[in-house]
Design a protein around this ligand. Structure first.
Ligand code: PEP
Length: 254
């Protein structure tokens, strides 16, 4: 069955880049995208908060979307150091990553907290890229499917729709390590995610939700991963920091 999902290749720059780096990376990507009139993928970059405005300027006129890496669930108020979804929408963001494993681990974010952030993102008319994934211990203990199922149930707001929801399956042990699950393992988890989304949102919405794979995706392995059924793009960390690698990954979309 053919499905109405256009692959999304999203770059998570994490805490990297000063203004000059962010500007030139974004302009390089913007030039590549402007010359690619037949792109079969959507491209997005999620710079650190400090670079969002400058990167947005550098991307002006290109089809590349702007995103952020986190937000606070409240619209405004006494939350020193935090940034709200409304502020990100105001800067022109279309996507906000929530529940990345580095936030879940370093900031003790629970599924409930992630769900509240995702709901705030959706309420501002943006799409939440909701990250889920197992630890190495959980994978070795045969708990991957249970963990993913439970994170999905706890982190995706109700109601959610295809237009405001992206799921990123990111095995924690694969992030930044150069290791990836086998294609069979990725296929199995993505099929489970699709089935769970179908049960939660109904078939009509679930069929349109993009489910990304993330974790050490690079130009060499992207083709195999992106060709899998139910893998609708990638969330890319390290390899999104050079235009050449990020673009090569996007070119692997079929
Ligand atoms: C990430 O942190 O979202 C990620 C996928 O990182 P990397 O590509 O570096 O493994």
């Amino acid at each position: 069955m053919s499905v109405p999902r256009r692959p999304l290749i999203a770059g998570n720059w994490k805490m990297n880049g000063l203004r000059a780096d962010g500007g030139s990376l974004a302009s390089g990507l913007s030039d590549l995208m402007k010359n690619k009139t037949d792109a079969v993928f959507d491209l997005a970059v999620c710079p650190p908060f400090t670079l969002i405005a400058a990167v947005g300027d550098a991307l002006a006129g290109s089809a590349i979307s702007l995103g952020a890496q986190d937000c606070h669930p409240a619209e405004n108020g006494a939350y020193t150091g935090d940034v709200s979804a409304a502020m990100l929408a105001d800067l022109g963001c279309d996507f906000v990553i929530v529940g990345h494993s580095e936030r879940r681990t370093n900031h003790e974010e629970t599924d409930t907290a992630v769900q509240a952030k995702a709901a705030a993102v959706q309420a501002q008319g943006m799409a939440a890229i909701i990250c889920i994934g197992e630890t190495e211990e959980q994978r070795d203990g045969g708990k991957t499917l249970d963990v993913v199922k439970s994170q999905l149930a706890g982190s995706v707001p109700e109601p959610s729709a295809a237009a405001n929801t992206v799921i990123a399956y990111e095995p924690i042990w694969a992030i930044g390590t150069g290791r990836t699950p086998s294609t069979d393992e990725v296929r199995e988890v993505h099929a489970l995610i699709r089935a769970e989304l179908t049960a939660a949102l109904g078939a009509e919405e679930a069929v349109g939700v993009r489910v990304l794979y993330g974790g050490s995706m690079n130009p060499e392995n992207a083709g195999d991963l992106l060709a899998l059924e139910d893998v609708d793009g990638g969330l890319i960390g390290g390899a999104s920091l050079t235009a050449e690698d990020f673009w090569a990954i996007a070119q692997s979309c079929v």
